[in-house]
Ligand binder design. Structure first.
Ligand code: PEP
Ligand code: MG
Length: 574
């Protein structure tokens, strides 16, 4: 038996076979003197298979996310039948008598390059769709799976070097027992997505992850950040018991998931969800979310290959708000940058993307991105409790600038006679130390704060949230981070404003008693974490939590903080 130590990224355990997630590249070698009719027939067959695949995706997306979202796939079906494209493929094939893979590649590139040179933004964006469709047909011709998980036949534990947020979005949950990746930190977006799926995950387990063979049996311990390869029978027995206990606790907490979170001495806090799309909105309600504390709108952009229009965004936001009825939904404006790249935006490479033109900074630089989103949000907020929140705010001026652009959008909608919300609550994320330090002044400018501990920790500790080698330094349990949290809560309360937290710390069982004691008003987390968070809140009094928070603020390091709470409150040990 071999043991790998990584970072605990998502609670829970799994036992099962390994599936190594490796992307296969499309490599094309040109072959001459081919039989044109044979090659053309190969193309026609592959085109038919591609149509069937895209139609299936279309149906799936339509059922899960609605017609608007699915439209991109009906457009892709049209590309597959585009007579101009067919003519180009045929003419390359007939003139060069090469293999169909090479002919198709050449035709696709020629066609896409021509479109890219046009002025029209819409036609430019079609180039990406054409490449996407072309690559699908090439993969079919070359026998390459669309996603490595297509080869999955039985429920498995995924091991990979790294998974990008878009990989994780595309992975279907059905056959996956959990994840372990070589790279990444506990608050990297891959870890967050694993938590959103309610799957156990270990990140930052190092290169050795890739030495494990496909099919090897492993135990994944997402609560302690461990992976056991070829475990002994005794170990399997121990973990089978742990899984039983974990499932039992989860089941019990699920029974009361929709009841409020009230402490033993009658103090109620809001427990809401972090979500990224319509699917997770529906799941969040089932897990007992009393609203949304963070809608990561960038996932609507990451799930597709071109920019969503204002109308598409409006439809999505409306569909997301719907399951929450009168409950609040906080829409965070686009946070692209850092580890969330949007390939189709072709943004310039930066040496330090986490310190670069990210989130609100990008939105200020690109009103063509920002304004359609704000307009869509304002329209969706009409008659609903939809609040707008700006990410990565560092200065007071930025809040004023964002508010001015929002007001400009309201004016536009008014003169266009489009229905929109005239009164919307505006909040900002506190995720840059500068904002925490200025929180007394910022509190006068806004309706609420939401503390983003994932970034607040990395920027406070100067430790990249995606780098496994500095994961312990980047911990949100660092007393320095907790002191900033206290500072922000106190500053907001002084101005009569409420404070939420949408960083991963809010859903950490060990952190919940501390945050309650610091006076946090709203806890926002990945939906599967909600039932247990509510159980923890119900198990203590506000008074006791205050004592815990006071003591924790006198400690020296993150380990001491966690050990203290774990020893005091067994319920947090999951
Ligand atoms: C955060 O930084 O804590 C946060 C919630 O935002 P994100 O994880 O999307 O950067
Ligand atoms: Mg952040």
């Amino acid at each position: 038996m071999k043991e790998l130590k990584g970072i605990a990224a998502s609670l829970g355990f799994a036992i099962g076979p390994v599936f190594l997630y490796e992307r296969e590249e499309i490599k094309i070698e040109e072959c001459q003197d081919k039989d044109v009719s044979v090659e053309w027939q190969r193309f026609v067959d592959a085109q038919q298979t591609a149509k069937e695949q895209i139609s299936d995706i279309y149906e799936h997306v339509k059922n899960e996310s609605g017609e608007e979202q699915a439209e991109i796939f009906s457009a892709q079906l049209m590309i597959l039948d585009d007579p101009d494209l067919m003519d180009q493929v045929k003419s390359v094939l007939e003139s060069k008598r090469i293999n169909i893979e090479s002919a198709l590649h050449e035709a696709i590139e020629g066609y896409a390059n021509t479109l890219e040179m046009l002025e029209d933004e819409y036609l430019k964006a079609r180039a990406l769709d054409i490449r996407d469709v072309g690559n699908r047909v090439l993969r079919i011709l070359l026998g390459i799976a669309e996603s490595p998980t297509e080869y999955l036949k039985e429920a498995s534990i995924i091991l990979a070097d790294d998974l990008t947020p878009s990989d994780t979005v595309l992975i279907s949950k059905d056959l996956i027992l959990g994840f372990c990746i070589a790279q990444g930190g506990a608050t990297s977006h891959t870890a967050i997505l694993a938590r959103g799926l309610g799957l156990p995950a270990v990140v930052g387990a190092g290169e050795d992850v890739l030495k494990v063979k496909n099919g090897n049996k492993v135990i994944l311990d997402g609560s302690d950040g461990l992976v056991f390869i070829d475990p002994s029978n005794d170990m399997v027995k121990t973990y089978t018991e742990k899984i039983k206990h974990f499932n039992q606790v989860m089941k019990e907490s699920r029974v009361k998931a929709k009841e409020p979170a009230i402490t033993l001495d009658g103090h109620q806090v809001e427990v809401v969800a972090n979500i990224g799309n319509v699917e997770s909105a529906k799941a969040a309600v089932e897990f007992g979310a009393e609203g949304v504390g963070l809608l990561r709108t960038e996932f609507l952009y990451l799930e597709r290959s071109n920019l969503p229009t204002e109308e598409e965004q409006y439809q999505s936001y409306k569909a997301i708000v719907e399951p929450f009825g009168k409950n609040p939904v906080i829409l965070r404006t686009l946070d692209i940058g850092g580890d969330k790249e949007l390939s189709y935006l072709s943004l310039p490479k930066e040496a330090n993307p986490f310190l670069g033109v990210r989130a609100i900074r990008l939105c200020f630089a690109r009103p063509d991105l920002f304004k359609p989103q704000l307009r869509a949000a304002l329209r969706a907020a009409d008659g609903k409790d939809l609040k707008i929140m700006f990410p990565m705010v560092a200065t007071v001026d930025e809040v004023r600038q964002a508010r001015a652009i929002l007001e400009e959008c309201q004016q536009e909608l008014k003169s266009e006679r489009v229905a929109f919300a005239r009164k919307v609550d505006i909040g900002i994320m506190i995720e840059i130390p500068a904002a925490a330090i200025m929180s007394d002044i910022l509190a006068k400018e806004i309706d609420f704060f939401s503390i983003g501990t994932n970034d607040l920790s990395q920027y406070t500790m100067a430790a990249d949230r995606t780098n496994a080698n500095v994961a312990n330094i980047a911990s949100s349990f660092q007393p320095s981070v907790l002191r900033l949290v206290k500072m922000v809560i106190d500053a907001a309360h002084k101005e009569g404003k409420w404070v939420g937290m949408c960083g991963e710390l809010a859903g950490e069982p060990v952190a919940i008693p501390i945050l309650l004691g610091l006076g946090l008003d709203e806890f926002s987390m990945n939906p599967p974490a909600i039932p247990i968070a509510k159980q923890i809140i119900r198990s203590i009094s506000k008074e006791q939590s205050k004592e815990i928070a006071d003591l924790v603020l006198t400690l020296e390091n993150s380990e001491q903080v966690q050990t203290y709470v774990r020893d005091l409150l067994p319920i947090v040990n999951l």
